[in-house]
Design a protein around this ligand. Structure first.
Ligand code: ADP
Length: 196
């Protein structure tokens, strides 16, 4: 069977994590969330974690070199999996180029980008709500939340153009639809790809 590599894309709070759980369960893709990775590096107080924390606490993107190294070793260790699901990566065009080079070396590519669109007002509300139950500091302060959305607009949104220019299959979804409806659309698309 073809390897299926999916990028789930969208601003913070757009529902990437929620959909990722469903996708992984359904298609057994190897899941990689750079945010989770970085948070576990912070929890074990590694030098990478300590460096990343300074940026994350302000709602800024962590420098490309830190996340690219993490991704590279993850892909290397899991290259036999049926495919990958990338959540929160790539977040800059340099990251997108690095990812496509890594996959090229394995004779693979990104099969699908799922982009979730959600209005800023809704994003802030969702993240604040999440902040009440999670212990994520960056979900509990409205200035940090807004900064993350600003970083997305400044540095991440343009990653979509990178994929459009590379003719990567793109599924754009209204992220304000219901969780189940969104998943059905994604499921249909990945099922189609698996059959190719
Ligand atoms: P969210 O999508 O809600 O912002 P994440 O867990 O994906 O949550 O990211 C949390 C933080 O981790 C980001 O604000 C950023 O500081 C850092 N981060 C995660 N992924 C990347 C990445 N690919 N490049 C740079 N920074 C990242």
């Amino acid at each position: 069977m073809n390897k299926i590599n999916v990028v789930i894309f969208g601003p913070p709070g757009s529902g990437k994590g929620t959909q990722s759980e469903k996708i992984v369960e359904c298609f057994q893709l190897k899941y990689l969330s750079t945010g989770d990775f970085l948070r576990s590096e912070i929890a074990c107080k590694s030098s990478l974690g300590l460096r990343a924390q300074q940026y994350m606490d302000k709602g800024q993107l962590v420098p490309d070199s830190l996340v690219i190294d993490l991704i590279e070793s993850f892909i290397d260790k899991n290259k036999e999996s049926p495919g990958f699901l990338f959540d929160g990566f790539p977040r800059t065009c340099d990251q997108a180029v690095a990812l496509s080079d890594m996959l090229k070396r394995l004779k693979q590519k990104i099969s699908l980008v799922v982009a979730l669109n959600v209005s800023e007002k809704e994003l802030v509300g969702r993240i604040q709500k999440r902040g009440l139950i999670s212990n994520r500091k960056d979900d509990q302060d409205v200035t940090i939340i807004k900064n993350r959305i600003k970083e997305y607009e400044l540095k991440t949104r343009t990653v979509l153009d990178f994929y459009k220019n590379n003719f990567t299959r793109l599924l754009e979804i209204n992220g304000e639809d219901s969780i189940d409806d969104i998943f059905l659309m994604i499921k249909k698309e990945i099922t189609l790809l698996s059959a190719l």
